[in-house]
Design a protein around this ligand. Structure first.
Ligand SMILES: Nc1nc2c(ncn2[C@@H]2O[C@H](COP(=O)(O)OP(=O)(O)O)[C@@H](O)[C@H]2O)c(=O)[nH]1
Ligand SMILES: [Mg+2]
Length: 299
């Protein structure tokens, strides 16, 4: 049977809803989502497999001007994911639409969306927060800009117009054999997503600079025949002074984190786990080339 298959990369500024869309289209909570910007730190690959087609979605970190080494690495994830794409989705929201158009025409973004062989769709998300008039204006503005083949307004959160988007993607998808086996949802091991779930809860529980100063990695992941899986995770902070903040008064914060994270991990893995958390300082890891490499922020 002839199938269609290809890569669809979703890019855009932080917080526009890229990960929400990815998860909705996949029907899985693969990418972590929070109301804070810079939640996604790597490229998340998700496979939507149907009988006649296979779409590989690449969810990416938000585009911003890098201020430190980690952010430079994040931008590299965006750039390489764009290179891989057959279809590129650029996502914005309907808020301040003229400014959006202006910023898309800036050199760094223009370069990202300049590949000729790629079909490009502008997705205007969060239209549940917008009105008819604003949306119509946005559609006109971008249709006239000739930067994109299609402009599609959606609400990822409310599942609005996602079928239209999916149909357009299908239309642009090349005829190609499937890239992944039927039952494969992603290319990262369970371990990666377990660490992501912990990071998601850290983003929810802690404030200010803490969520951005934290990295999580899994030290041990033991599947046991009898009893729960054993997972021990390390929470890396940048400075000694951040350690007591993570722990909280008499360990209350890390306890809260442990409970929330365990629940979320169990939902994801669909089995019970025993979760142990440890805090460790790696001085200034966000600016440290070697540390970043150890945490997987390079190719
Ligand atoms: N109202 C509304 N909120 C949304 C929509 N899509 C995403 N969000 C919210 O926007 C925030 C950022 O979403 P996320 O997917 O993490 O954005 P990303 O940084 O682009 O990946 C979260 O609080 C989402 O719940 C939408 O269609 N409507
Ligand atoms: Mg995201």
């Amino acid at each position: 049977m002839q199938t269609k298959a290809g890569f669809v990369t979703i890019i855009g500024k932080p917080n526009v809803g890229k990960s929400t869309l990815t998860n909705k289209l996949l029907g899985e909570e693969l990418s972590i989502i929070t109301s804070k910007p810079q939640t996604t730190r790597k490229r998340i690959l998700g496979v939507l497999d149907e009988k006649e087609y296979q779409i590989i979605f690449l969810d990416t970190p938000g585009i911003l001007e890098p201020k430190y080494l980690l952010q430079e690495k994040l931008l590299e994830f965006v750039e390489s994911s764009v290179k891989d794409a057959d279809v590129l989705i650029f996502m914005i929201t309907a808020k301040d639409i003229a400014k959006e158009l202006e910023s898309i025409q800036k050199e760094n973004i223009k370069k990202l969306i300049s590949k000729k062989s790629q079909r490009k769709i502008l997705v205007i998300n969060k239209i549940d927060l917008s009105n008819e008039e604003t949306i119509t204006k946005a559609l006109k503005l971008f249709e006239n800009s000739n930067l994109f083949e299609k402009v599609i307004p959606i609400s990822a959160l409310e599942n609005y117009n996602l079928d239209t988007l999916l149909n357009s993607i299908m239309e642009y998808l090349p005829i190609h054999p499937k890239f992944y086996p039927d039952d494969q949802l992603t290319d990262e091991p369970e371990k990666f997503f377990v660490a992501e779930k912990i990071r998601e809860k850290i983003l929810e529980i802690y404030h200010d600079e803490i969520p951005y100063s934290v990295e999580v990695y899994i030290e041990q992941f033991k599947e046991r025949e009898k009893g729960k899986d054993y997972i021990s995770a390390v929470i890396v902070v940048e400075r000694e002074s951040q350690k007591p903040i993570i722990l909280g008064k008499k360990g209350s914060s890390i306890k809260k984190l442990g409970n929330a994270a365990r629940q979320s991990i169990e939902d994801f893995l669909m089995r019970e786990v025993y979760l142990e958390l440890r805090v460790k300082v790696v001085e200034n890891w966000r600016k440290d080339k070697r540390a970043l490499k150890n945490f997987g922020y390079t190719y």
